[in-house]
Design a protein around this ligand. Structure first.
Ligand code: HEC
Length: 109
């Protein structure tokens, strides 16, 4: 009986640990980082819609360059100051999280 409980606990640890290493969810990141506050999928808010961003970037790699600060903004550079603080936050994400965020946005192409 006790062994069963122990096995159960061990299995529980195994599954919760494997969840942590799973690919981060881009949509979830977009939500928790409050990106939706300024970006809608289709309509203009303070920031341009994801559809427009995805079409302007064309490729995930290009959007990643922007996230990594290796490329200047191309959609609305004249409003880049409003987005600058967000880019700093995105920069602090790990590579997998950045990739998931880019994948999520590029789905709107
Ligand atoms: C306070 C409002 C605001 C928030 C919050 C915000 N953005 Fe933006 N975003 C903007 C504005 C304004 C622009 C247009 C300026 C520009 O294009 O550089 C923009 C532009 C962008 C662009 C296009 C950059 C380009 O090439 O011109 C991307 C990609 C982007 N945002 C992603 C995000 C992501 C991801 C988040 C969440 C981490 C986020 N934004 C949160 C306001 C915001």
């Amino acid at each position: 009986m006790k062994l069963h409980i122990l096995l159960f606990v061990l299995l529980g640890c195994f599954f919760s640990a494997s969840n942590v290493s799973a690919q981060p969810d881009g949509q979830e990141l977009f939500e928790t980082m409050n990106c939706f506050k300024c970006h809608d999928s289709e309509y203009n808010k303070l920031g341009p819609p994801l559809k427009i961003i995805a079409r302007a970037y064309e490729k995930n790699e290009k959007l990643l360059s922007y996230f990594n600060g290796e490329m200047d903004p191309i959609v609305k550079p004249e409003m880049a100051k409003i987005m600058a603080g967000e880019v700093t936050k995105i920069n602090k994400l790990n590579d997998q999280e950045k990739a998931s965020l880019a994948n999520f946005i590029m789905k709107y192409k």
